[in-house]
Write a protein that binds this ligand. Structure first.
Ligand SMILES: Nc1ncnc2c1ncn2[C@@H]1O[C@H](COP(=O)(O)OP(=O)(O)O)[C@@H](O)[C@H]1O
Ligand SMILES: [Mg+2]
Length: 249
């Protein structure tokens, strides 16, 4: 008797189904967008300025809500999520967003511990996690510094440490190399790659050609709020070979 090999379906962690987002002024920033992302993927979200990249990331984090369609993140539908459930959703997410500024009235260490204090972590455990996060981004020796004394690349690495100190399963980054020269951008990219290697799912919005040239995995490309036909064809996990995803050349 021949037994078929079991087909192991990758777990979907993010699933957009026919999602549209219209802002109160009537502007339709996303139009009928469908795709899924499996656990452990590293994906770049590309597109011109105004294409809808930030809007898409904000929908995943429940900063914005869709007007139609469903956005399911770790099994929870953002479209119907009660406000009280948002903090629980966000525990799964690390956010590296441009409007999440560093605080210059306190040290590197104190910037990173803040999210843990908000969640009510015990001090000894928090300290351990902060040092581990700073170590991962190569800033452990700067823990007592004021962030204003850090270079642009170091400040961005600090933002990453703050986003991962909670040990999120999913990392969302909005133009994380936007204002950095290519050496710094490459450092950031290899940090992301190291997170991906330990199983973190990453969705990174960028229009940085230098970054994209080094990436051979799946990309989702937006044009005026819609996925391009090429991206739409690859929008379902498994349509391309998972084993090749998340690899930097
Ligand atoms: N809060 C808002 N109100 C109205 N329009 C918005 C708002 N946020 C974004 N937009 C518009 O939606 C479109 C997509 O924006 P965004 O998602 O920021 O694109 P990207 O990140 O790709 O540059 C843009 O035309 C932008 O002006
Ligand atoms: Mg943007």
């Amino acid at each position: 008797m021949i037994h078929a090999a079991p087909i192991i379906q990758p777990t979907k962690v993010i699933h957009f189904s026919q999602v549209s987002k219209r802002y109160p002024n009537g502007y339709e920033a996303l139009k009928n967008v469908s795709f899924e992302i499996a656990e452990g993927e590293m994906i770049f979200l590309t597109g011109h300025s105004g294409a809808g990249k930030s809007t898409l990331l904000k929908l995943i984090a429940a900063i914005e809500r869709p007007n139609s369609g469903s956005v399911v993140v770790k099994g929870q539908n953002i479209a119907t999520l009660k406000a009280g459930a948002i903090p629980f959703l966000r525990r799964n997410l690390g956010l590296i967003f441009q409007d999440h500024k560093l605080l210059f009235d306190r040290s590197v260490f104190d910037n990173v511990i803040l999210p843990l204090q908000i969640c009510g972590f015990e001090h000894r455990e928090s300290t351990k996690r902060v040092r581990a996060a700073l170590d991962k981004v190569g800033l452990l020796k700067r823990e007592k510094s004021n962030p204003i004394t850090l270079s642009g690349g170091e400040q961005q690495r600090l933002c990453i440490a703050r986003a991962i100190v909670n040990r999120p399963a999913i990392l969302l980054a909005d133009e994380p190399t936007g204002n950095l020269d290519s050496d710094y951008a490459n450092e950031i990219l290899s940090i992301f790659k190291s997170f991906n290697q330990v199983g973190v799912t990453l969705l990174i919005a960028t229009h940085d050609e230098n970054v994209l040239q080094q990436f051979s995995g799946r990309t989702l490309a937006l044009v005026h709020g819609s996925l391009t036909p090429e991206s739409a064809a690859q929008a379902i996990t498994g349509a391309s070979n998972l084993g090749n995803l998340g690899k930097l050349r």
